[in-house]
Design a protein around this ligand. Structure first.
Ligand code: NAD
Length: 256
């Protein structure tokens, strides 16, 4: 099959690990140029042509760092076709009533700063170049974008915000820029908890036997959907879509 993203340039946030890293690798293998933005150095971990890849170390909460990454895409590759807002943290399903008010404020600022403001700032920095290219935005949402119980109050509220943002930007940016989201269920990655709450790691996810399909997807399984949504196959149809890739987890509901 011919490469699906030949000649396109993508900016992927959170590309140093997990889903973002798999998206960067898939995009490269489909012929795209990729700029990675992460707070640590990114390496897509696959065979790729060095001239098709560039990385920026920065924080998605910074308008300047998002702009630097967009500017690099334009100066190095001549434009930007796809912005993937993906960098994120989890709240380990922290129970709402266990928060003190100062903890809640700090955790809100950290989680919404990365999971929501980071997406907004990235989309804003990218919008001019994307409009010129008739490009698209892809956000990593979650099963928590439409369901309760798979995260705590902060994570669920933030992912609901991402689904709303997907629909609002799809409307506002049409017809120049398509905007869609991918909503995974649990994927084994290095997804981290909130530093402001002392959560270094994420809490363990479900066992394969607890899921309807009796298996857990890899980040690469999820990345395939980003290729599809960014490709010309979707150019005439998909905008405002949140594509659920949860292996049926929403049908069964969260573990207690
Ligand atoms: P991950 O930790 O493997 O990857 C997240 C990446 O984001 C890391 O490389 C990290 O360094 C980067 N990052 C974090 N904060 C940043 C910041 N302020 N600035 C720049 N980069 C930053 O986790 P993942 O599971 O691949 O998560 C990616 C996205 O997928 C997140 O939005 C997450 O909410 C979502 N998601 C994950 C799962 C899951 O089960 N893993 C399920 C649904 C949705």
């Amino acid at each position: 099959m011919s490469p699906q993203l030949q000649g396109k340039t993508a900016l992927v946030t959170g590309a140093a690990s997990g889903i973002g890293q798999a998206v960067a690798a898939r995009f490269l293998s489909e012929g795209a140029n990729v700029v990675a933005l992460d707070r640590i150095e990114s390496n897509p971990g696959c065979d790729f042509q060095a001239r098709a890849y560039a990385s920026v170390v920065g924080d998605v909460r910074s308008a300047g760092d998002n702009q630097r990454a967009v500017d690099l895409a334009v100066s190095r590759f001549g434009g930007l076709d796809v912005f993937v807002g993906n960098a994120g943290l989890y709240d380990n399903r922290r129970a709402f009533r266990s928060f003190s008010a100062p903890e809640l404020e700090a955790a809100f600022d950290e989680l919404f700063g990365i999971n929501v403001k980071g997406y907004l700032l990235g989309a804003l920095a990218a919008a001019g170049a994307l409009a010129k290219a008739r490009g698209c935005i892809l956000f990593t949402s979650s099963i928590s974008g439409s369901r309760a119980g798979f995260g705590g109050a902060l994570y669920v509220a933030a992912k609901h915000a991402v689904d709303g943002l997907t629909r609002q930007l799809a409307l506002e940016l049409a017809p120049d820029i398509r905007v869609n989201a991918v909503a995974p269920g649990y994927v084994p990655t290095g997804l981290r908890g909130l530093g402001s709450l002392g959560q270094t790691e994420s809490s363990p996810g479900p066992a394969p036997s607890q899921t309807p399909l009796q298996m857990l997807p890899s980040a690469d399984d999820i990345a395939a959907a980003y290729v599809f949504l960014a490709s010309d196959a979707c150019a005439r149809t998909a905008t405002g879509t949140v594509l659920a890739l949860d292996g049926g987890a929403a049908l069964r509901g969260p573990r207690t």
